[in-house]
Design a protein around this ligand. Sequence first.
Ligand SMILES: Cc1cc2nc3c(=O)[nH]c(=O)nc-3n(C[C@H](O)[C@H](O)[C@H](O)COP(=O)(O)OP(=O)(O)OC[C@H]3O[C@@H](n4cnc5c(N)ncnc54)[C@H](O)[C@@H]3O)c2cc1C
Length: 388
Amino acid sequence: MNFEFTPEQTQFADTVRRFARAHLAAGALERAHDPRFPFDVARLMAEQGLMGIALSERDGGQGGSLMDAVIAIEQVAAVCPRSADVVQFGNFGPIRTFAEYGTPAQKARWLGELLAGRMVMSLGMTEPDAGSALTDLKTSARADGSSYIVNGGKVFSTFSPDAQIFLIYVRFAPGLSGIGSVIVERGTPGFSIGAPAVFMSGEEWCELHFNDCRVPVENVLLGPGGFKKQMAGFNVERLGNTARSLACGRYAFNAARDYAATREQFGRPLCEFQGLQWKFADMAIKLDGAQLLLYRAAANADRGLPSAYETAVAKAACNQTGFEVASEAVQIMGALGYSRETLVEYCMRRTRGWMIAGGSIEILKNRIAEHVFDRRFDQRKRPPAAAE
Ligand SMILES: Cc1cc2nc3c(=O)[nH]c(=O)nc-3n(C[C@H](O)[C@H](O)[C@H](O)COP(=O)(O)OP(=O)(O)OC[C@H]3O[C@@H](n4cnc5c(N)ncnc54)[C@H](O)[C@@H]3O)c2cc1C
């Protein structure tokens, strides 16, 4: 077992850090408070080879590893937390499922634009009545000649105000095996996008409505039976949320540490008060523990698809740690930490969302408990026992 980066990983981390400091440090605060997707950053990252890091070179990617992509998130977020969303989009988001399962024609049409940072894609899974119980989704796709007619609606989709294409989970037929996905382009007749609503993080999302929306059969990504493949791909997406949670927690930790080293009260720097030293010790313990779980999940994922259990453990640990550390950093920095003049309050708001998004902490813990007991716990209401 080796707890060090390889020389190549160290060199890659150094390169990304230098890039982030040179290009992303200026404007980091403004970017965090801008709800729109930072296309300028995406184009810069594309030039720097930070989009599609773990995608094959055949698909226009860099042929690197998921671990490299995690390192990129960490280095970028340490300088500009908001820009880490671009690394997420270009490496962990729906783009991965798309690159994995898209047809050559679909990839030729959209993948290059996505990887160049000229276009963004949004993922539509959640519906008003299908959140954690995702397989209750009702948005339907009915075959009609060489098209599918899509009806239904989606909520909470990240990047939906800016996306040009949408990866939409649909129901081709009843049951789990009836679920698959289609790509829908903005502007398709029958597809309407509502006015932006705002998350606590400041990010915007729009309701997506499909009313007899005709989608050509060439836009099917995964047909009936594709759900399991989609969820396996989604474990990769979870690793990106996991890495961003931890990286935002670490950003806040570093800011609070620097502050406590210089800010004086009662004639002494804050770091000389034991009450605060122990807060930093507790934060360091949480950050280091969660970091190891993230690296285990990412390194093992590079040897195959990420394990659902390791991903769930890593995400729950990093989500909790990221938020708790950022919240403690706000406390340590007092009113300044609570103000929009620093990014610490942003990191606190941002990490809060990942405790819900991409598999809430409770749903992850359900998965972990199944591993612990080596049995499945059905969350659904049991039908009433048959009358005797
Ligand atoms: C920042 C952010 C970004 C998002 N981005 C996207 C996106 O890009 N695309 C997309 O499709 N969706 C997105 N979502 C939606 C997200 O996937 C859902 O919020 C999530 O699946 C939970 O669904 P819900 O909000 O309807 O909560 P509900 O499912 O109604 O759950 C409410 C609460 O009950 C708990 N709960 C539910 N069932 C159980 C159970 N069996 N055991 C224990 N506890 C349970 C949940 O953990 C939660 O705390 C995003 C959400 C957020 C916050």
